[in-house]
Design a protein around this ligand. Sequence first.
Ligand code: NAD
Length: 349
Amino acid sequence: MKFIADHPAPRVIFGIGALDQLADEVKRAGIHRAVVVSTPDRRFVDDVTRRLGGLSSGVYANAVMHVPVETARAARSYVRELGADGCVAIGGGSSIGLAKAIALEIEIPIVAIPTTYAGSEMTSIYGLSDAGVKRTGRDRRVLPRTVLYDPALTLPLPPRVAGPSGMNALAHCVEALYAQDANPVITLVAAEGIRALSRSLPEVVDNAANLEARTDALYGAWLGGTALGAVGMAIHHKLCHTLGGSFNLPHAEVHSVILPHAAAFNREAASAAMRTAAAALGTSDAAGGLFDLAVRIGAPTSLKAIGMPEDGLDRAATLATTNPYYNPRPVDYAGVRTLLDNAFHGRRP
Ligand code: NAD
């Protein structure tokens, strides 16, 4: 056995009522003048601001998906004007992504309060989009200092957001199993993430008030984020990145559609990883099991249904095979084009 394990990770406060520790954790992170970062729905902003009291210096509630460079520039100007010395990001990957874009240039700590299952809070990966082209990178300056996971905050997540977001977290776990730099600890983390998400998500979408299931799903999301932050990803994330960035498709929904097909693509080349995934899902085949789970939780299973134009499939396959990258099975145009065709029509792999 040979491996390198290098897992930079934030301090994590997990559990119902974790938000009660916000002010203490913000002080502990050395922040005295926090800017609260959120999406325009401002759903949690008043509560967070009240809890911060004198530790809050302002609110920037213009976060949108994929962090357009203009939004990042405007947010940084606002933070400089305020003289803020830290970000408190509340929301999904969009809010946390904007806080990362701020921290990338103005080196201030982030306290993240995730309210979806996207997992960004656990990673040093940032993304910025410019004229429809998304660029990502890893930089330790953007890794949140502290993450507060409070399952009560996920209670208002509607099934149409919770289902795809859960599939997004599952995708991090599945790809971590066959990552080029996979290691035994992250393999355990990823398998446990798949177990937690696959057992909790059906209940999360069926029974909105079940806080135990919401806690289990958020636990799975933490594991997914941990896996994403610790090891490299492969064809699934590359395809989602291409489809989301170039065809403006919704992030979590793309993950939901592509994941079963990426698992099928790697079925033979990563057979041990796929057996681990299948066992964690409680099925005999990971690809089929992931598709069935998506159907069960009402998450999308076809690219057609989420707005992908059929005449864009050739270009998507070209874009996704232009720059070589690691994947257990070599990535070639014909294989990816077939994968995309199956995903477009929503065929069970
Ligand atoms: P999002 O942050 O845009 O949230 C989706 C929607 O859900 C929004 O309308 C939001 O207001 C709403 N919402 C959030 N929490 C809610 C709650 N508890 N109750 C009710 N509504 C709620 O979407 P997302 O899928 O969380 O994040 C997607 C973005 O994150 C993308 O830009 C993606 O690239 C990025 N991302 C980055 C990483 C990384 O490591 N850098 C990882 C995953 C995702």
